[in-house]
Write a protein that binds this ligand. Structure first.
Ligand SMILES: Nc1nc2c(ncn2[C@@H]2O[C@H](COP(=O)(O)OP(=O)(O)OP(=O)(O)O)[C@@H](O)[C@H]2O)c(=O)[nH]1
Ligand SMILES: [Mg+2]
Length: 240
């Protein structure tokens, strides 16, 4: 294959990126710069009711801005997907990426290449394999991820080492999953359904930074407990 410089262009595939964002005015510009350096794709920022300048950042950068007033990570992802579904030509690959600048999007070309080569339907990011910066993940998050990957291994034989938020999925596979969860159960729903439907799931190592901006979930006991409850609920619903 011909080597390219700068952002990798996927001329043979249409790639869209959904970024769910809640009050991420400081981190979002960094995420968008990072993406522009590595990927040629349509970017959709789903503003989840931010009270800061997140929507202005998206508008001023010329990316698509979609609004989902109902809070919830899954609700934001579903809104972005609906936006893409309503268009005449949906993408062939969808990437989902957090807006807090924790993930390193330099690895995304490799994620997409796995799908383009027909090796995987869903590519997930593993922070345990790639290395998480000290402090970027709390003990609760680490143990929560261990619990989820244990359940996936024993229930479905799906071998994962993490539940990293950054992911790429073929549009066809995504449509077959018929995603529903509007909360933090989104990722475990996707993993359970992908295992049930025997999708080809791959995991690639990613490095994970300390988030930019204020922590909303893992940084507070209440936030972590709420997210944990949603994840357990989704695990029971889609895993049993
Ligand atoms: N907290 C929260 N984040 C949302 C929501 N909707 C979309 N998001 C975005 O979802 C992504 C993940 O949320 P984070 O707050 O980074 O969750 P986390 O990584 O588990 O925890 P922290 O980084 O410690 O806050 C970020 O891009 C948020 O801006 C929502 O309703 N609540
Ligand atoms: Mg985060």
């Amino acid at each position: 294959m011909q080597q390219q410089r700068g952002p990798l262009s996927f001329q043979t595939m249409r790639v869209a990126v959904i970024i769910p964002a809640l009050n991420e005015e400081r981190a979002l510009p960094l995420v968008l710069d990072d993406l522009a350096a590595h990927l040629e794709a349509e970017i959709i920022v789903v503003d989840n009711g931010s009270t800061d300048k997140t929507p202005d950042v998206a508008s001023s950068r010329g990316v698509v801005l979609v609004t989902e007033p109902a809070r919830g990570y899954g609700a934001a992802c579903l809104r972005g997907i609906r936006y893409l579904q309503e268009r005449a030509e949906p993408p062939e690959v969808l990437v989902i990426l957090d807006a807090d600048y924790s993930d390193d999007s330099a690895v995304l070309p490799d994620f997409i290449a796995r799908i383009r080569r027909g090796e995987a339907d869903l590519v997930l990011s593993s922070r345990t394999q790639g290395g998480a910066e000290p402090g970027s993940m709390t003990e609760v998050q680490i143990w929560g991820n261990r619990l989820q990957t244990f359940a996936l291994r024993h229930r479905f034989g799906l071998e994962l080492t993490d539940m990293g938020p950054m992911r790429a999925i073929s549009w066809q596979a995504l449509m077959a999953l018929k995603m529903q969860d509007r909360t933090w159960g989104w990722n475990i729903e996707m993993a359970c359904k992908a295992a049930r439907q025997k999708l080809r799931v791959q995991e690639l190592p990613v490095s994970y930074r300390n988030r930019v901006g204020q922590s909303k979930i893992s940084g507070s006991f209440q936030g972590a407990a709420r997210a944990g409850a949603k994840i357990l609920w989704a695990l029971a619903r889609y895993g049993i």
